[in-house]
Unconditional design. Sequence first.
Length: 289
Amino acid sequence: MFMSLKVCVKAERMTLGPRSITSPEAMCKVFGSMPNLVAIDLSGITRVDDQVIKTLAQTCRGLQGLNLNGCRLVGDEAVCLLAANCKSLRRVSDPLFSRPRVETWTDDQMKVNGCIRLTDKSLVAIARECHHLLEVDIADLAQCTSATVHALLLNSSQLRELKVTRNSFLDGDGFPDLPTLLDMDDRDSELAAIRAPAFATTHDPTLETSGGLLRMLMPRSDQLTQLRTIDLTDCREFTDAGLASLISSTPRIRALTLAKCVLLSDEGLKHIANLGRCLHHLHIAHVSL
């Protein structure tokens, strides 16, 4: 019966439920006939695989919202193609092991909760290719490191909310000092690449020249003036140095959560104070200050 929807070639939005027993082959044929799709919700459909996502990436170039919660068969290859073709994506969410919760999904979101095969390779690709990202939630993402956050801050100048909680790999190197990077030259870029986790994790031989490094490491803006909410709960490797770089690059934070960031010290409080009247909410429970 699902195949009968192939004739709906002007469909813009679609939601399938978790009880759907539609085969990947049928989804590919139907989605392949709907080039105008801007939002699709496939959450809970465990049969969604890389081929389904590749079909969406090749057919629906204007896609803004994609919900893949619980689609555990989706991997890096398909999401990298999605990043290359669907540059209008707005929101990314990926809390892998978070508790079930009731939440709303809007048409301009991308959610990949439970896509346990995803790594930095595809998430960095999303960051580099999709420059209109507004909200990113990569809480509890076991295979996400500082590389993903580093790439996001370099490329997502419109970012409004960033959530990276319970991440044991996120350290100070994940937060570049954007004003400093914006002023660097070719020689500086070679030195910066040594500490750039996004470069080390997703190394591209075409960037080995100093000019290539400079293009990769150059931020799109000297400050993320739209970023208002940051949650780094239980990022136990996050340091005072990382906090200094973060606040230097995001001077208008309204809500900052640093609970259980155990490496922070009194020096970190001095950096937080630089936010002044912009800061409305601060959560630093379980931190020895």
